[in-house]
Design a protein around this ligand. Structure first.
Ligand SMILES: C[S@@+](CC[C@H](N)C(=O)[O-])C[C@H]1O[C@@H](n2cnc3c(N)ncnc32)[C@H](O)[C@@H]1O
Length: 285
């Protein structure tokens, strides 16, 4: 079932927090803003260009779900036969459309939800979605939609937060939880938290100890305290859920361990074991 209320909360969050804009100092939506963002992104997450470039889409109709500022959209639009992007928010749709326009690239950008993909059956050869589907209320709705809109033998490349990571066990469940307890104590004795922890504390005041529960707290510890849905999955859980919808995983790999981008080889080696997220490559059967 589609929970429109939950989707609306996610939409409001991402409309207010255009993904990536916090990393760039230039005036938003200017050529300098987009150039600086792409440079920052592909230096920090250097594997992304490799992942996109290794796929030959010159003869393929590709679909990207969840766009943010539209950096990856520009890569796909430059190389695919046709590229379509969909996002839940006006902000991301506007940003991505502008980004393509400024680089003189063609693409079809539409507003809509991953849980109700507004496309005809069997209309794409590849679905690419990086860091998005863990923000959906019901990921199975997205998997069944992806199966429906992929052509026979169509492929997918999907990135999701993974539980077998340093991020989940050490950073969120241990360090962030301990820090939250310290921040609660601090506030109780009249001291102030920094803006991020003040937001966590406001959430705690609204939700009580439930905020710190095993299930609830991680939602607020990846993309910001006011993010309402950020699920973190076990690899097997995702492989099984995709298989249930006849989407077969052929390869997976973990990426992203945030040490200095001056050491990409070391970063890649650590990320292989401890990485924050996992890419899944596979196809429709
Ligand atoms: C973390 S950002 C990732 C954006 C981009 N893929 C990137 O790597 O920068 C998540 C994006 O997914 C979009 N999003 C979240 N839930 C969605 C949904 N149910 N359907 C479509 N887009 C969604 C948000 O609006 C936001 O632009």
């Amino acid at each position: 079932m589609i929970q429109h209320e939950e989707i609306e909360k996610v939409e409001n969050f991402w409309n207010e927090h255009l993904c990536g804009k916090q990393f760039v100092n230039e005036e938003i939506y200017t050529p300098a803003f987009f150039n600086e963002y792409r440079a920052f992104r592909y230096k920090k997450e250097h594997h992304l260009l490799e992942i996109i470039n290794e796929y030959d889409s010159s003869n393929k109709d590709t679909l990207e779900i969840g766009l943010g500022v539209g950096a990856d959209t520009t890569q796909w639009a430059a190389k695919s036969k046709s590229h379509t992007g969909i996002d839940l928010t006006d902000e991301a749709v506007y940003s991505t459309t502008k980004h393509l326009e400024l680089l003189g690239l063609k693409g079809t950008i539409v507003k809509g939800s991953a849980e109700e993909l507004p496309f005809k059956n069997e209309s794409f050869d590849l679905v690419y979605s990086q860091g998005v589907l863990h923000h959906t209320d019901n990921i199975e709705n997205t998997f069944s939609g992806i199966h429906r809109i992929l052509r026979p033998d169509g492929e997918f490349i999907i990135m999701l937060y993974t539980k077998d990571s340093f991020n989940y066990w050490f950073r969120i469940q241990m360090y962030f939880r301990a820090r939250m307890l310290a921040e609660i104590f601090k506030n109780k004795i009249g001291l102030k938290s920094n803006p991020t922890w003040a937001e966590h504390y406001q959430n705690f005041k609204k939700m009580g100890w439930k905020y710190l529960s095993w299930k609830e707290f991680p939602h607020h510890c990846t993309d910001g305290p006011s993010c309402t849905i950020a699920n973190i999955y076990y690899k097997k859980e995702i492989i099984d859920l995709l298989a249930k919808h006849n989407l077969i995983v052929e390869r997976t790999e973990k990426y992203h361990f945030p040490i200095s981008s001056k050491h990409p080889k070391l970063e890649r080696s650590l990320a292989k074991y401890l990485g924050f997220y996992r890419f899944y490559w596979g196809k429709k059967i």
